[in-house]
Design a protein around this ligand. Structure first.
Ligand SMILES: C[S@@+](CC[C@H](N)C(=O)[O-])C[C@H]1O[C@@H](n2cnc3c(N)ncnc32)[C@H](O)[C@@H]1O
Length: 108
């Protein structure tokens, strides 16, 4: 079964498929041009949230496949007023394959 994958930022949550490929996280997440850190499997997001709060000059991408954990982290990030993060709800290897095929599809 193909499950829809969602991308969340401080402002909204949408299906990944609703975005143009490849996903332009640089445009979606401030601060522009800041370096990214990635956490695969952030669970309830404690580490990701603490890092994002402690380092506003970096951006943080989290990937988590358990929907209830991912939604909890998104709620907490918004409640804390954090903006320098994005979250992908889905399985990391499948997401990497999807991203690769989007990029290759575009290149071809
Ligand atoms: C032990 S928890 C770690 C949580 C967090 N990193 C921490 O240190 O507190 C591992 C998390 O990784 C997630 N996970 C494991 N494999 C994954 C995968 N292939 N794609 C996305 N999430 C995954 C699990 O759902 C789980 O929430």
């Amino acid at each position: 079964m193909i499950r829809p994958t969602y991308v969340s930022t401080a402002t909204d949550t949408v299906k990944l498929a609703a975005h143009d490929a490849p996903l332009d996280l640089d445009r979606l997440v401030p601060p522009a041009g800041a370096p990214w850190e990635v956490e695969v499997g952030f669970g309830k997001g404690k580490y990701l949230l603490d890092r994002a709060a402690a380092d506003p000059d970096r951006r943080f991408l989290g990937i988590e496949m358990v929907g209830q954990y991912e939604k909890l982290m998104v709620r907490r990030a918004r409640r804390r007023g954090l903006a320098n993060w994005a979250s992908l709800r889905g399985e990391a290897q499948a997401l990497a394959r999807q991203a690769a095929s989007q990029v290759l599809g575009r290149a071809l």
